[in-house]
Design a binder for this molecule. Structure first.
Ligand code: GLC
Length: 479
């Protein structure tokens, strides 16, 4: 199949979080299965200057007409080491600023343009499927559907199948109604059965309503999106399209994340040879200047310091965890208030709590390889990456019972799940983890963790059968 991914992030070239990692991992896995995979994203200044960006050459021309001045540009084409074809959009200076997201209304124009140009690219490339990732790409399925409204186009039967992926439905791309004009869609699309949402424009809604299939990044999250608690206001839309909504969990790159060969570690280890893991634990204690806690009580947490990740609950549990004998290795960056409360705890408990602020991929690997357990107290977690990484490195994930964490952790076998998300429940779960990790079954537990298949192999197969099944349905029969 010819598969076009449209996204705002792609690791390692343009990434702020799990989205870029998942897009890159899935694209590579589908390419490995023999499909022609293209990955199109904005030609951000930072992407074009990234040391790992491949050589790019001008390819398809882009022209967006309809409102105000015509936007002109082009796609730059290159090939990634994974065999995935890269397309980077250069368009009237829209992506020349620093960073990926401006975080203001100008993002509407930037990502509306991405959706429109992506829809055009799908026809240029003769794609069988266009996969739109998150709200940034979600206008593309809608633009393609609007073109299908024309009977002649429909008869030609060339439109690609479209899939909207929801990596994080809490972000839905909402802007003022005035931004609708930039979509150049017929005015009837701005209504309750279109991209209008509480009087404004909602780009994710465009992808949810007008794509042929919706994929959430885990089966549990697919169900959660249909509820008012997790649907981000769009739960009614997810429920209305429940027959087109499925969940497929993400994988991780098990070639790169491999304790057998990982150069970032103090020592290497494997399922059959775990001696190196003990050395990684000692090295981690040294590196972070933490006192050696009893077995099972070196606890870590890694991730963005954001409310989604539940760091506030962890902060409230820190005193209790330390009282229970734990040492805590924390790595993350983000919300200054959360950081301050964690740093306060580090001052109260020298040698027992350590926060490293920042994004440090090598240190994160040493943490997975050295810590006994990894706390994942996320409020919501569409799929989650860190629990898979922890499993791969033999570190026991201890996670809130939510979203993709439920689908990737079998309680008591490949991690622990707790609920509700409160300090006492978290402390209780850490206690349970320490009991298991210091008990007679510890070696077997570690074995089970490391043997769990966290690769992209199974998810990629599921993706392909979904895409093939969706593509068999003729465009005229899709709505
Ligand atoms: C988002 C979600 C995370 C998911 C990732 C990749 O970052 O918050 O749960 O793993 O996307 O799909």
């Amino acid at each position: 199949m010819r598969i076009l991914f449209l996204a705002s992030e792609l690791a390692p070239l343009a990434q702020t979080g799990g989205l870029g990692e998942a897009v890159a991992g899935l694209a590579a896995a589908l390419a490995r299965l023999g499909h022609d995979v293209f990955c199109a994203l904005p030609g951000y200044r930072d992407l074009l200057r990234h040391p790992e960006c491949p050589a790019l050459a001008p390819a398809e021309a882009v022209e967006l007409r309809g409102v105000g001045k015509v936007l002109r540009g082009r796609w730059l084409a290159g090939r990634l080491p994974t065999g995935v074809e890269l397309r980077a959009l250069e368009l009237s200076g829209l992506y020349d600023g620093p960073g990926l997201y401006a975080g203001d209304a100008s993002d509407a124009r930037r990502f509306i343009a991405l959706g429109r140009a992506g829809a055009q690219l799908a026809s240029h490339l003769n794609s069988d499927v266009l996969v739109a990732h998150d709200w940034h790409a979600a206008l593309a399925p809608c633009v393609l559907r609007a073109q299908q409204a024309d009977a002649a186009t429909r008869a030609r039967n060339t439109a690609p199948t479209t899939v909207q992926v929801v990596h994080n439905g809490a972000y839905s791309g909402r802007f003022g109604a005035d931004q609708f004009a930039h979509t150049a869609l017929p005015s009837e699309f701005f209504g309750p059965n279109g991209v209008e949402f509480y009087g404004g424009l909602c780009l994710l809604k465009a992808g949810l309503l007008f794509s042929d299939r919706i994929v959430a990044v885990s089966p549990t999250y697919a169900r959660e999106l249909c509820t008012s608690e997790f649907g981000g206001g769009l739960d009614g839309v997810y429920r209305a399209r429940a027959d087109r909504l499925v969940g497929i969990r993400n994988g991780i790159d098990t070639q790169s994340y491999a304790p057998e060969t990982d150069a970032a570690l103090a020592a290497r280890f494997s399922v059959t040879d775990t001696a190196g893991r003990a050395r990684c634990r000692t090295a981690l204690l040294d590196e972070l200047e933490l006192a050696n806690p009893p077995a099972g009580r070196l606890i870590a947490s890694v991730g963005r310091l954001a409310s989604q990740k539940g760091w506030d609950v962890l902060a409230d549990a820190l005193d209790g965890l330390v009282a229970g004998g734990a040492a805590l290795a924390l790595l993350g960056e983000g919300d200054p208030q959360i950081a301050a409360s964690l740093e306060d705890a580090a001052v109260r408990h020298p040698g027992r709590v350590r926060l490293v602020r920042g994004w440090d991929p090598a240190l994160s690997r040493r943490i997975y390889a050295g810590a006994d357990a990894l706390l994942v107290p996320s409020r919501f977690e569409p799929c989650g990456l860190v629990q898979l990484l922890a499993q791969r490195y033999g570190c026991l994930p201890v996670a809130n019972r939510v979203g993709g964490l439920v689908d990737t952790i079998v309680d008591g076998e490949t991690g622990l799940l707790f609920a509700p998300l409160e300090p006492d429940a978290l402390i209780g779960a850490a206690e349970r983890a320490a009991g298991l990790l210091a008990g007679p079954g510890a070696a077997e537990l570690r074995d089970q963790l490391m043997k769990q298949d966290v690769s992209w192999t199974d998810p990629a197969r599921r993706w392909i059968s979904l895409l093939e099944e969706a593509a068999r349905v003729a465009p005229s029969a899709r709505a």
